[in-house]
Design a protein around this ligand. Structure first.
Ligand code: MSP
Length: 478
């Protein structure tokens, strides 16, 4: 049998210092939609997510709650998994960077490769470290002495670190991005990162002295120097291959690497500069693509407790359910630019497109079928519309979902035009024919729903197979 084509996709790994918010739900949902689409297209997929645990911000959050870091982590991670399950995220593995069995051997193996390539050196370093960014920042980034993104005063640090020769790779990375060997989507982000790289990359600090208050299971020891732990981004980026068994049992690695990463715009530099440089230094293949999405705001403003505009993904899941939440994220937030969500717009779109749109269409057709047909309609696979696959292949998720809703609207108009509910009374045979066609078309649409509304897709096809009206899919909200 011919081997199936493989597809590997990762989400960023999340900082477990607080619960996940709408932005995290977005990145993960969009990733899931893409993976489900690829699965639908017959590829053998592998989908990775996880948590980025060896961080100072997590230690600070744990201590604030009077908990030991490792115990604190377990609670947070189980909440992450709970949210992902509620969102219908079909991941294959959840990697944790404190996992000494799965993650550490690979992270240390990469480090050793960097040493072998003569790309690691020791240096006395002085700088400003922002715990929010988990990165050094410069004086000129500060506003009133504080990090503008996190509103905190950075730590002034003077210490001995290992450095990574990132500067050595500026030209190679630039060429790989320009040639499309490492694809950056969308084009605007590609140009942004090329401009950044063109100004020349600087070497980066790649380790920190082990902190006395960090427990032993936190922070990956630098091979050959236990007094230092790997810089968190070096440790975190390597998750994309350690999870596949790189450095321990590389069967999955051989099968699935290289793959693609979905990330937010704030972590583009780490993924388009540091990560490719690490891979080049280690002599490993670069990722195929980075899909870089924007940020979600509410009412045009960053969500914040002070503004009172925070929308929690749990809130939407409880009120509207998983598929309505996924629908909104897939159709009404751009995967290429910043997007916005408000409770009002969510409800409006829900009522117009799900309650009155898809939900109403499915129940109308299946009501007609259940009342007038003697048994289930045999449905056949009719293929995927080219506008749908084209949009998905370009990661234009909104475009793909729009195409499905165009079809929903057209089917609605077909009912209004053909009036099967009237024809069935005057010409039962013709009426049955019209209803059978409607059921077949509903089934064809239903298949297209799977990547972004898997639960609804299943409910509708089950109703078609049982020739009955589905339970109310999307009750109207007032
Ligand atoms: N731990 C790092 C990633 C390491 S990957 C090797 C990290 N974690 S994070 O938890 O802060 O963010 C995870 C993802 O959520 C990032 O891609 C980030 O861009 C995304 N988002 C955070 N806030 C967001 C919005 N408001 N909107 C959309 N996505 C945003 O960064």
């Amino acid at each position: 049998m011919a081997q199936k084509e493989t597809f590997y996709l990762t989400t960023p790994i999340f900082y477990p210092n607080a619960k996940l918010h709408m932005g995290h739900a977005y990145t993960t949902t969009v990733s899931d939609v893409i993976v489900r689409y690829q699965r639908l297209m017959g590829k053998e997929t592998y989908f990775l997510t996880g948590s980025d645990e060896n961080t100072q911000k997590m230690v600070d959050a744990a201590r604030k709650e009077g908990k030991e870091p490792l115990e604190f982590l377990d609670g947070i991670v189980s909440n992450f998994k709970k949210l992902f399950n509620e969102l219908g995220i079909s991941y294959d593995q959840f990697i944790r960077t404190t996992d000494q069995e799965k993650h550490w051997p690979g992270a240390q193996a990469i480090w050793k490769k960097l040493v072998e390539a003569d790309d690691i050196y020791k240096k006395e370093y002085e700088g400003l470290y922002c715990v929010g960014h988990e990165a050094f920042i410069t004086e000129k980034d500060l506003v009133d002495g504080k990090c503008p993104d996190h509103g905190t005063v950075p730590e002034h640090i003077k210490e001995e670190n290992y450095f990574f020769k990132l500067s050595k790779y500026s030209d190679q990375i630039k060429n790989k991005i320009e040639s499309g060997e490492l694809k950056i989507i969308p084009e605007t982000r590609k140009n942004e990162i090329l401009a950044f790289i063109s100004s020349g990359l600087e070497d980066v600090s790649f380790s920190r002295p082990r902190k006395a208050d960090w427990p032993k299971g936190l922070g990956i020891p630098v091979p050959g120097d236990d007094s230092q732990v790997m810089y968190v981004w070096c440790d975190a980026l390597s998750n994309y291959i350690t999870a596949l068994g790189y450095g321990r049992d590389d069967e999955l690695y051989k099968k699935f690497w290289p793959g693609m990463h979905v990330i937010g715009k704030d972590i583009l530099r780490f993924h388009a500069a540091i990560w490719p440089a690490m891979l080049l230094s280690a002599g490993l293949p670069l990722p195929q693509a980075l899909l870089v999405h924007g940020f979600i705001t509410s009412g045009g403003k960053k969500m914040s407790k002070t503004l009172g505009n925070v929308i929690d993904p749990e809130e939407l899941l409880t009120e509207y359910g998983v598929d309505a939440t996924r629908y909104y994220l897939a159709r009404h937030i751009s995967p290429f630019e910043d997007g916005d969500i408000t409770r009002e717009h969510f409800k409006e779109m829900y009522n117009a497109n799900l309650a009155n749109g898809l939900g109403n269409l499915a129940s109308r057709i299946m009501q007609l079928a259940a009342t007038n047909l003697s048994g289930p309609v045999k449905v056949e696979f009719t293929g995927y519309p080219v506008n749908y696959t084209k949009a998905f292949d370009a990661f234009d998720i909104q475009g793909a979902v729009d195409e499905v809703f165009r079809k929903i609207q057209a089917l609605d108009q077909q009912i209004t035009r053909d009036e099967p509910f009237k024809v069935i009374k005057t010409d039962p045979e013709r009426g049955k024919e019209l209803i059978t066609v409607l059921v077949k078309e509903l089934a064809a649409i239903d298949l297209l729903l799977e990547p972004f509304m898997p639960e609804t897709s299943k409910k509708i096809i089950e109703a078609i197979m049982a020739n009955k009206k589905p339970e109310s899919l999307f009750p109207r909200k007032d």
